[in-house]
Write a protein that binds this ligand. Sequence first.
Ligand SMILES: Cc1cc2nc3c(=O)[nH]c(=O)nc-3n(C[C@H](O)[C@H](O)[C@H](O)COP(=O)(O)O)c2cc1C
Length: 316
Amino acid sequence: MNKVCELLEVEVPIIEGGLAFVGNGLLAAAVSEGGGFGQVGSAGRTVENFEKQILLAAEATAKPFGVNIPISQHTDFTPYIEVIRKHRDLIQAVSLGAGNPKQLIPVIKDMGLKVLVLTSTAFHSAKAESLGADMIICEGYEAGGSNGPSELSTLTLVPQVKKTVSIPVVAAGGIVDGRSMASAMLLGADGVQMGTRFVATKECEAHDNFKDAILKARDDSTEILTRMLKGPIRVLKNDYSKKVQEAEKENPTLENILPMVRGKYNGLAMFDGELSKGFMSCGQVASLIDEVESAEVIVRRMATEAKEILNSPIKI
Ligand SMILES: Cc1cc2nc3c(=O)[nH]c(=O)nc-3n(C[C@H](O)[C@H](O)[C@H](O)COP(=O)(O)O)c2cc1C
């Protein structure tokens, strides 16, 4: 049996990544209903809303789902961890990203939940494995949202992580359909995680303006912000991202740039639809997304397509 399916108790190894501001409970449930693994996001949500979304997901599906905690994006993650503890019977796994997971791994494992750690290098993957992670989600530089400072592509990262750790490895960044899923599996991945594809879905609570912007995107429609802060983020190019780029050129200091990329401006564009007032996390695959579809349908179709491709002889 596939290792990711075994660990998460799902039918197909397709995970919905944490989605700040727009990773709602009904989306997580739809991904899980499709046979994949949905996750409720915590970034950009109050603790109360995070709890509400977990309950909504549990009401909408009896299948396993998880939650995502991007560590450094919370000034205090403790109340979110307490919500997870309270509802641990509803949750299968917690994914940890954007920070050092050392402190949280034992806490989550003590609750009887699986821990998935997001990484962007083989070194950090080995570290996470030694700290007790159950699975690595290694994310290449193609991905929407926060990227690793090493800027490794998914194509090069996956085989190197696979060579380094013995726990299951999931590829993230640049996966959008059955073809890209099959490619990641050929590189050695045990499964895939997607973010951008799941934003352009019927169940995602992202604003229609953000979804439309994804549908209109071309291959060169994304760019990296805040590279000089050693925390690059991949966003859709717009007037706001241009303003940030200009500020980075003029005065590339933490004090000047950080206030411009606060979560508030991410939420304004992605959730409220005020595109010119903020920035939108988005991956390089956006131009391959032509339709807002049901997340459940996407998961089922991708798994079928990937299986067909992997079972067909490749002509070389
Ligand atoms: C709108 C958006 C918000 C995201 N927010 C988070 C987040 O809160 N936590 C996290 O771990 N990753 C986050 N990510 C990264 C995704 O979980 C996922 O790993 C990434 O999108 C995969 O690359 P792809 O965009 O090419 O599919 C976000 C990505 C997007 C597009």
